[in-house]
Write a protein that binds this ligand. Structure first.
Ligand code: HEC
Ligand code: HEC
Ligand code: HEC
Length: 473
């Protein structure tokens, strides 16, 4: 008996050693360097089994049918797909097409942290682990791709940052924007001539009304917090639930919304505007076919393309001015990246690229203690797909210190609370007081300038739009 044991132990050790060696050799094998780099990366992701857990149609392994193991596997697949759908990203990489900046940031983060695939997966699926050598291939591809995605003049290391500066100007038509400016401030778009776009999106107050819910005609309350119109041009779709594809589509909504401007039709609005001969003359000079719904919303959209807030202190830092932000603010930015914030909140407005689940790591709605509302359904309202319930277009964070209260339900009064709760509900981290303070100080560096004047500097209201604000609120 003893003899057998004495024989077995070394044999077992040798077997183990051979396994580890074989494992390392298999795992370390890199895709052929002759392949174009996007295909090398694709191969690494394919070997990594990313599609097995992150797609609507996962490749379920045979052992998923086994009693105990199966349960674990199916749970990983469910929560993997809940957290991230990698299919659009993989397709774009395969075709060498533009990838979504948020997908790119998410993949970069898990590869950088060595979080994916999980050990329990790569220990079973030999060769799937993303070794240091593979990690290097993927990360350098991501950095180069990101630098080439933007034409914003960042250089050196900062060309690889997930957060990008706001453009100084985007193409627009000056005459149309001037008409759009007038229409944006024109209460005649509302039923009783009391409410304009500016009532809820005052340019002088960061493009918001600082109310939990907005007040429309007859002081009626809406059911969701008003996002800012500043930099909205960058959003991939408009509204929390994405129901408008473009700014012009969006602008057709509020005038006829019964709790906002409450007009009954664009014909009614046009009839009112047509009585204003001077306005009609200037309008027809720009739009030969005159006042139509499409022309009105097109003009507003051109005006909104000018609502950019460049030159924040953070943008100056991105462009190479090291002294533009303090050490604490920089520390806040590092934490913002460390805790995954910069994955969902990426790009020039730190958001507006994807729909994301509110309560990814902890159940936000269960803890909120308020009755569920129709608006809480988010994107689900539009698609009816269970996967889209509580998914919202990620809000941008430009000028966020001035756009309180926060979240779609307007339940967070201060930026500190909003940051703390994002940590808990979205990333599963209980941030310390110091971390909350640093991240908040970083977010405050995102306040930019509109036409050379800092956003929300009340003393310059008149300089900014020269209108009186009597009928606001
Ligand atoms: C065995 C299933 C499985 C495999 C294989 C897998 N993932 Fe995941 N992935 C998950 C799960 C589960 C989560 C959610 C993690 C959590 O909730 O803590 C996740 C989360 C993610 C996220 C979202 C960020 C996050 O932390 O929530 C990304 C991005 C991601 N995975 C990318 C990948 C990539 C890239 C690969 C391939 C290299 C991969 N995953 C392989 C199961 C998997
Ligand atoms: C009574 C207040 C009110 C008025 C008036 C109003 N809005 Fe809004 N606006 C909101 C609210 C609330 C939302 C969010 C609604 C949602 O997502 O379902 C919103 C959303 C938007 C968005 C989308 C921003 C984003 O990030 O998704 C834009 C752009 C916008 N409004 C522009 C306008 C324009 C242009 C007008 C005038 C034609 C206007 N709004 C009139 C309250 C108002
Ligand atoms: C998984 C994606 C995701 C991650 C990760 C994430 N956020 Fe968010 N963030 C969102 C979504 C979605 C909302 C809107 C939630 C709502 O309105 O109910 C939001 C809202 C916010 C808001 C409020 C903005 C406003 O105008 O209402 C702030 C501030 C914010 N996030 C900061 C952070 C910080 C700081 C972190 C990291 C600790 C973070 N986020 C991580 C998706 C994310």
């Amino acid at each position: 008996m003893k003899k057998i044991i004495r024989l077995c132990v070394p044999l077992l050790l040798i077997a183990c050693f051979a396994m580890v060696l074989a494992y390392r050799i298999v795992s370390d094998r890199l895709p052929s360097a002759d392949l174009p780099v996007n295909l090398q990366v694709l191969e690494i992701f394919e070997e990594g089994g990313c599609l097995s857990c992150h797609s609507s149609d996962p490749e379920v392994p045979f052992y998923a049918k086994m009693p105990v193991v199966g349960k674990i596997v199916m749970k990983d697949i469910d929560s993997g797909y809940r957290a991230f759908d990698i299919k659009p990203f993989m397709d774009a990489v395969a075709e060498d097409e533009a990838v979504n900046p948020v997908d790119l940031a998410k993949v970069e983060k898990v590869i950088l942290d060595g979080r994916m695939p999980m050990p329990k997966y790569y220990l079973v699926h030999w060769g799937s682990s993303v070794t240091r050598a593979k990690q290097a291939v993927v990360l350098s591809w991501i950095r180069d791709l990101r630098a080439s995605m933007y034409d914003d003049g960042l250089s050196g290391e900062r060309a690889y940052e997930p957060v990008r500066p706001v453009d100084h100007v985007l193409p627009y038509d000056e005459d149309k924007a001037a008409l759009g400016f007038a229409l944006f401030h024109d209460p005649r778009l509302s039923l009783d001539n009391t409410v304009s776009c500016s009532t809820c999106h005052d340019i002088a107050t960061a493009g918001v009304d600082n109310h939990r819910y907005s007040h429309g005609v007859d002081d009626q309350l809406g059911g969701v917090n008003a996002p800012t119109v500043f930099n909205a041009v960058y959003n991939f779709v408009q509204f929390w639930d994405g129901r408008a594809a473009t700014l012009a589509d969006q602008a057709a909504g509020p005038p006829l919304n019964p709790v906002e401007m409450a007009s009954t039709s664009f014909d009614e609005i046009i009839a009112k505007l047509e009585k204003d001969k001077a306005f009609v003359r200037s309008f027809n000079a720009v739009y030969p076919d005159g006042l139509t719904q499409n022309n009105i919303t097109d003009a507003i959209a051109h005006f909104e393309r000018t609502l950019l807030t460049p030159d924040s202190r953070f943008d100056k830092w991105l462009r190479g001015d090291d002294g533009a932000i303090t050490a604490e603010e920089l520390e806040g930015y590092e934490l913002f990246k460390k805790y995954d914030c910069a994955t969902c909140h990426a790009g020039p407005v730190l958001g507006g690229h994807t729909y994301e689940l509110m309560g990814l790591r902890n159940d936000y709605f269960a803890d909120r203690g308020l009755e569920m509302t129709h608006e809480d359904n988010g994107r689900f309202k539009e698609t009816g797909l269970e996967r889209d319930r509580h998914r919202f277009k990620v809000p941008g964070l430009r000028n966020v210190e001035h756009t309180w209260p926060y979240y779609h339900d307007g339940t967070r009064e201060t930026l500190e609370e909003a940051v703390r709760d994002m940590g808990y509900y979205q990333t599963g981290v209980e941030l310390s007081q110091n971390e909350i303070k640093s991240i908040t100080s970083f977010l405050k560096t995102l306040t930019g300038e509109y036409k050379g004047v800092p956003v929300y500097s009340n003393n310059s209201r008149e300089d900014i739009d020269g209108h009186d604000h009597d009928h606001d609120h």
